[in-house]
Design a protein around this ligand. Sequence first.
Ligand SMILES: Nc1ncnc2c1ncn2[C@@H]1O[C@H](COP(=O)(O)OP(=O)(O)O)[C@@H](O)[C@H]1O
Ligand SMILES: [Mg+2]
Length: 511
Amino acid sequence: MKPIGVVVSGSSPVVVPIHVYKGCENYVKEDAFVVIKDDVKSMDYFGVIRSPRMYDPLLSHYQRSSIIDNPELAKQGREVVFEATIIRVLGVLIPEGQLTPPRQPPTPRSEVYLVESPSDVNLKLETGLELGKHKFSGITVPIKPEALKYHIGVVGATGTGKSKLVVALVKEVLAKTNWRVIVFDHSGQDYAVLEEFKDKVVDSSKVTQDLESIFQYLKKETSISEAGEDVLYFTLTLYVLYNGDLRSLQKSQSRGLYEYSGAPGKETKIELDKDNVKDAILKLPELIETIDLEEKIKETQWRTAMLVELFKAVAENISPQMKKEKPALLLSLQKRFIESLNERKMSGKDILERLERDRLVIVDLSSVRQEERRYLVASVLRRIWNFIDERKQPVNTLVVIDEAHNYACQQGCSPSMELIERTAREGRKWGLGLVLASQRIIDFSPDVRNNINTFFFSKLQTPSDLDNLKGVLDLGGIEYEDIAILATREFYFAGLGNPLKYPVLIEVKQV
Ligand SMILES: Nc1ncnc2c1ncn2[C@@H]1O[C@H](COP(=O)(O)OP(=O)(O)O)[C@@H](O)[C@H]1O
Ligand SMILES: [Mg+2]
């Protein structure tokens, strides 16, 4: 190993000041690994360079120097310039290759060596998931698999490589653990497009919506009155319970309900029997207990004219005063949306069955509206939690949410936020881990960010983003200036999953 300097006065077990040898300045880089060989104590300290500084004893920042009058003097006396830096000790190397906590300060005048390749030190970190190597030494710093259930955050400005890092993580999890992975691909650009994942992709426009989201959408689009809201909710629930087959609610003499062709102008008059509808409404509470509405939605035949007829009949029953012609008309104008539901034949249950079988499912969210994406994330997570609540057994599943500020924020992220919060708080008990990637951690609700135990962070948008990170993580003195210079694929790796227990700079492998 290349000697680069020597320990000077004032070392502590963890923070060690050194002077850099003349000519070695170019080797001293922030975040590089070093070994301090202490011959007096017969100990090898393993550490990382922090805050290198150059000094000139003759040019104090605050004292007038003669150079300002004679610039040519700057060229003289350069030999007195020197560099000093701090070594943050990560541990004492023992012969077996592990690191033990440093308890004694290295002796001044001990020599410091630069670690330039993994073979320079006998360092045997625990095995785990390999996302990349330490930037300067090439040493692999794996993430401990146990950390998956304590949740992982990936933060950095756009283009820093968050999504690619997560792709690397997903591949490692699949290759080296028995965990399953469900990825919510916000943009559809990060996973869904990769050749190797192609057959694992679910198009979210083919996934059934739950009743609540269908209701919310129609409610908004028809600007329905408060009284109308209840009518709409009952209508949708009934419609789904009957799978859209309303024959049993029909007036006995009216035929032709199912001769309805759907062609404009050809729609057969549908007449529902008021009393039949009333009975159906009364039976609703009892039925709803026993029926899996989401599976029902999958089988439901959506016909706008029929839904509108049911709406009118329900209105007559539960809200006779209501003016129903206008909302009914507005509802019929939603034909395109309503009948698009016929294309959706995959339920949350189907997604989880695929997850069980294939170990990886990628839900491409890009084909549906933003609010719907949140409903979808929520309904899949809710299914997983239902399973856990019933079986009380670990699921060993990693839930990956990219652009997570759209799903885990405090305001406006309902209903996915509530489910993500529950996962953040309780997931560890059941092997349900989160990977949340986002530009800004402040956009996560406090319950979410306080429960993430491992972080990868890169260049951030603003200094306050780093302060937010400091609030939940020991950054060991890493400052905004340090991360401002990071390039694509360069991340600090910090927290529970890091075997070195101190943030280290890694370069994520190419994916
Ligand atoms: N690990 C990597 N392997 C290969 N290319 C990468 C990697 N990380 C980043 N890149 C490059 O940088 C671009 C931005 O990365 P991406 O992961 O999409 O960033 P982010 O999600 O942070 O916006 C990618 O399109 C790719 O070209
Ligand atoms: Mg991205």
